[in-house]
Design a protein around this ligand. Structure first.
Ligand SMILES: O=C(O)[C@H](O)[C@@H](O)[C@H](O)[C@H](O)COP(=O)(O)O
Length: 298
């Protein structure tokens, strides 16, 4: 089958190769023309514009976006929708906010274009060799593109989750869970690190990965990280976030769903971005005022 890929970053590039491995005819575009040149070297058709990509595909066209969520996705969809026609299919495989996906599906439907919001998990390795995908959009049209998902996903690794928005909503909650799981693992190692015992963290992660209740891919990844840097001393404990955790917490609040673990793990990420905090100074000052407790000064 034919498919166009827009966005040849780490995820898009690997997805394009994964699709090609499964004998799909891939046409690829990225504004970084070096990436286009590189993928041509892999035997994939590379083009110099979105318009050319659309023209290169047989109708009804299937175009998969793999670009950063937010403004870039918005601009690329606007650009692609100028060339796409009624009956064509646009898949957003990025981490878009589900509310944007609901709106985009409605706007594109006015032109007869089918939009699928597609949460893609598994990192770059997953994109290359077997991904996990959650897909929202038209149930009937989904059947026509299901072979793509079946081919590039791991076994049982794709789900048609329902109407537009449901794919990105599911991915958002998945990422919220990811925040909480990572934070719990991190806190466990923090306690070990502050204890009187002298643990080898790589070995700890390894033993936990063999038969324990908390064995997991995340534990394997941290085992791997400890194997490269035994105490992670080369890293700063600064935890950035790209929005999905925040949206999960906002959604939980809107729905009055109690989600303390995910919420706290998001707040820990924000806290990690600051060297010192004003709130900390305020509490220190209050303790000093009412109890004469010691403060540390700059
Ligand atoms: O399932 C996945 O493969 C991940 O969830 C991925 O999609 C995520 O976007 C990034 O790992 C960063 O997310 P944060 O920047 O929010 O931590």
């Amino acid at each position: 089958m034919n498919i166009g890929i827009i966005g040849l970053g780490k995820m898009g590039y690997n997805l394009a190769l994964n699709l090609k491995d499964h004998n799909h005819e891939v046409t690829a575009f990225d504004k970084d023309l070096d990436a286009v040149e590189r993928i041509k070297g892999e035997g994939i058709t590379g083009v110099a514009s979105i318009e050319e990509l659309v023209q290169n595909l047989p109708k009804p066209r299937v175009v998969w976006l793999m670009v950063p969520a937010g403004n870039i996705t918005e601009m690329v969809i606007e650009e692609a929708s100028k060339s796409l026609e009624a009956g064509d299919i646009l898949i957003d495989g990025g981490n878009s906010n589900y509310k944007d996906s609901v709106r985009r599906a409605e706007q594109l439907a006015e032109k007869g274009i089918y939009f699928f919001d597609c949460g893609t998990s598994g990192g770059t390795e997953g994109a290359r060799h077997g991904v996990c995908i959650m897909i929202g959009g038209d149930a009937e049209v989904f059947k026509s593109i299901e072979p793509f998902f079946k081919d590039i996903a791991v076994e049982n690794g794709y789900l048609y989750s329902g109407k537009s928005g449901s794919g990105h909503f599911l991915k958002m909650v998945h990422n919220g869970i990811e925040y909480g799981m990572m934070q719990a693992i991190a806190e466990g190692f923090e306690i070990l690190d502050k204890s009187q015992f002298d643990y080898d963290y790589e070995k700890v992660a390894k033993v936990w990965n063999n038969g324990s209740v908390i064995r997991s891919w995340l534990m394997e990844l941290i085992e791997n990280a400890f194997s490269k840097d035994a105490n992670l001393s080369g890293l700063k404990g600064v935890m950035h976030s790209s929005g999905e955790g925040k949206w999960t917490v906002e959604t939980a609040l809107d729905l009055q769903a109690a989600a303390p673990v995910i919420t706290m793990s998001l707040l820990m990420r924000y806290r990690s971005l600051e060297e010192d905090t004003f709130s900390g100074k305020v509490v220190a000052a209050l303790r000093n005022e009412f109890g004469g407790h010691a403060v540390e000064k700059n």
